[in-house]
Ligand binder design. Structure first.
Ligand SMILES: [Zn+2]
Ligand SMILES: [Zn+2]
Length: 335
């Protein structure tokens, strides 16, 4: 049992526990332990046979028992029981996802908005993971609390990007995470969006809009000629904040028609889309991105720990942009 597979098991347990009010604390513990495994990739077999699994940061007795069983049997009865209790779909067999084929993340933040690291640090972290590319997608101006980027700042950012690009091997894509405003228009003019390599349009505010209005809002974003990806499509935070409700089928079909990908945001606090919703998007013909939405280098590990979600939804790698080589990704984003 390698650390990444174990991380995905703990992450799925954390995700399922998060849906239960009384288990929130335990859910966070499982997610945190999953994150440690994905980051540090300890030798679980050696630690298990030495009885030292609890020496891993964030692994107490309970999680150690789950890990021990995973090492010994490749299974977790606890996870199987949770899946059954929560009637989770079993589609994993239809998926051919393997982390080694993951080529790069297209949604990340830097100190230009609310990220906690510089572009150089984020680029180096992506390079260390062997990524071919990294989308730098800071926030648009409407998100005033995080000092979003207007046209002027984007120009300044692109100058820094050329500098950083000279020092790293990973291809940096300049992008934006643009806010989908209440009426479905976007928080930056078309002329600005047009020149960026990647445009992620995400709902952040007024998520409790009445469903019919929310549907119109999302349909408009999905039909926008410069949008490449719908970011964390519901805006939910499992266990903390309900996401937006709208006619998902209509919006996913519109996205598919316009070659707009929908995102699986791997941040354990988001897990948005859920496996069930991702399955619906797959059936509606959508392509996907699977992103960490990293705000610091360590958060790139969210993808390895959460890849189970896409697998659980039965999504094949051919439908996920992050599995494309750079030239094909660039073609997919050219629209
Ligand atoms: Zn966002
Ligand atoms: Zn983001």
């Amino acid at each position: 049992m390698d650390a990444i597979t174990a991380a995905q098991t703990l992450s799925e347990i954390g995700y399922l526990l998060r849906q239960q009010e009384k288990e929130r604390f335990r859910a966070k513990a499982f997610s945190a332990a999953a994150w440690t495994l994905a980051l540090e990739r300890p030798d679980l077999e050696a630690l298990a046979s030495a009885g030292q699994l609890t020496s891993i940061d964030g692994v107490g007795e309970g999680i150690a028992r789950v890990l021990k069983e995973l090492v010994e049997t490749g299974q977790s009865r606890y996870l199987n029981r949770l899946r059954e209790e929560m009637q989770q779909p079993a589609r994993a067999d239809e998926s051919n996802l393997d982390l080694v084929d993951y080529r790069g993340d297209v949604h990340s933040h830097t100190g230009w908005s609310d990220g906690r690291a510089t572009m150089q640090q984020m680029a180096e972290a992506a390079q260390a993971l062997g990524y071919d590319y990294l989308g730098v997608t800071d926030h648009s101006p409407r998100i005033t609390v995080v000092h979003g980027l207007d046209a002027e700042k984007l120009v300044a950012q692109s100058r820094e990007m050329s500098e950083v690009q000279r020092n790293v091997d990973v291809k940096l894509l300049q992008g934006i995470e643009v806010d989908i405003l209440e009426d479905g228009s976007l928080d930056l003019p078309d002329a600005v969006l047009e020149i960026l390599d990647v445009v992620i349009a995400s709902p952040h505010v007024k998520l409790r809009q009445e469903p019919a209005a929310m549907t119109q809002r999302m349909l408009r974003a999905a039909a926008h000629p410069h949008v490449d990806v719908i970011g964390h499509p519901t805006g939910r935070r499992p266990g903390a904040r309900e996401g937006a409700t709208y006619d998902f089928e209509a919006v996913f079909k519109e996205a598919a028609r316009n070659h707009v990908a929908v995102e699986i945001d791997c941040d354990p606090a988001r897990m948005d889309l859920s496996p069930e919703m991702a399955r619906l998007a797959l059936e509606c013909g959508c392509n996907f991105t699977v992103d960490a939405d990293a705000h610091a280098p360590a958060e790139f590990a969210y993808v390895p720990m959460a890849l189970w979600m896409a697998r659980r939804a039965g999504i094949p790698k051919e439908r996920i942009l992050n599995f494309l080589p750079l030239d094909e990704l660039t073609m997919a984003l050219e629209k």
